[in-house]
Design a binder for this molecule. Structure first.
Ligand code: SAM
Length: 292
């Protein structure tokens, strides 16, 4: 067991990445939206096990290269192992992004589910921008938790009884106030990119809507169910008093904490492989052109 928490999350990462985008949508972004028709040098900040490299390299023009940066030793090792089996030029840097300043050497700086873990995302974005050449691109795939939570539907359950949106929205805002990390960073990135001088800024939303269907092929259903569980859906909330305390420390009133606890408990009791569930993760994909 590594001391670095993300090194122990490889299974969670590999199980859940498939929930967000269909491959045809990523191809569409590369070809029609970003119009990448020549080989590019891409750097992925907080690359984890190399998810974006694995997905994008086969879709990018031949000759494109991928550099992955991450703090996790086990993650970088895993990324090296996976990408070594494929015929693409890759490089990996194990480093804390807060300690790192890459030279201006890349056409595209990209990140996925990374800025939400940064206490100071502006500083990180500045680094990403500095590592990109004039007219290069910065592309950020980041979550927007409030939209994410609004995008579940459990057949047979009243949505507000299992996902109290107002309480969750408050919880995310309080967490951000207390720790600086913003689970809704995805919807903020366009403004940050503009404030940092990028041009032609646009924002898209992830396309995938997952549908858990008990009448579908069992193996497919099981894989999706496991991914949804790994995403955190239907986890039992744990000890009641401890959970209530934690929720109140995070800024909820006693009533709100009780309501949130009950919602989590109800969902954990009701959600099973036989549920009909529709879920759209609602990642925001923001991008802009670097002008130096
Ligand atoms: C949610 S994971 C996303 C990983 C990958 N981008 C993906 O989507 O599969 C967040 C990643 O950010 C990395 N990370 C967090 N803080 C970091 C830092 N200060 N420097 C480098 N990597 C960092 C973690 O090690 C982890 O791999």
């Amino acid at each position: 067991m590594s001391e670095y928490e993300w090194d122990n999350q490889i299974e969670y990462l590999t199980q859940t990445r498939g929930l967000y985008y269909n491959d045809d949508y990523l191809e569409f972004l590369i070809q029609k939206v970003w119009k990448i028709h020549e080989p590019v040098k891409m750097v992925d900040y907080g690359c984890g096990y190399g998810y974006l490299g694995l997905k994008l390299l086969p879709m990018l023009p031949k000759g494109s290269s991928y550099t992955g940066v991450d703090k996790g030793e086990a993650l970088i090792e895993k990324a090296r192992q996976i990408l070594a089996k494929l015929p693409y030029p890759t490089e990996f840097i194990r480093e804390d992004v807060e300690e790192l300043d890459l030279a201006e050497a890349y056409d595209v700086a990209i990140c996925h589910a990374f800025l939400l873990h940064m206490k100071n995302p502006e500083t990180t974005l500045k680094k990403m921008i500095r590592s990109v050449v004039h007219h290069g691109k910065v592309i950020c795939f980041e979550p927007h938790w409030s939209a994410n939570m609004a995008n579940y539907r459990f057949e047979g359950l009243e949505q507000s009884s299992v996902i109290p949106l107002g309480i969750l929205q408050k919880l995310y805002e309080k967490d951000c106030e207390q720790h600086g990390k913003d689970g809704n960073i995805g919807i903020r990135v366009p403004a940050l990119l503009s404030q940092l001088g990028l041009k032609n800024i646009e924002c898209r939303v992830s396309d995938k809507v997952n549908f858990l269907d008990p009448t579908a092929d069992q193996a497919i259903n099981e894989e999706l169910f496991n991914a949804l569980r790994a995403e955190g859906i239907g986890h039992p909330p744990g000890d009641r008093e401890k959970t209530l305390d934690q929720l109140m420390q995070r800024g909820l009133t006693a009533d709100e904490a009780k309501r949130q606890y009950e919602a989590e408990l109800l969902l954990s009791n009701e959600f099973s492989i036989s549920s009909w569930l529709t879920y759209a993760p609602n990642m925001k994909i923001s991008f802009g052109t670097v002008v130096k």
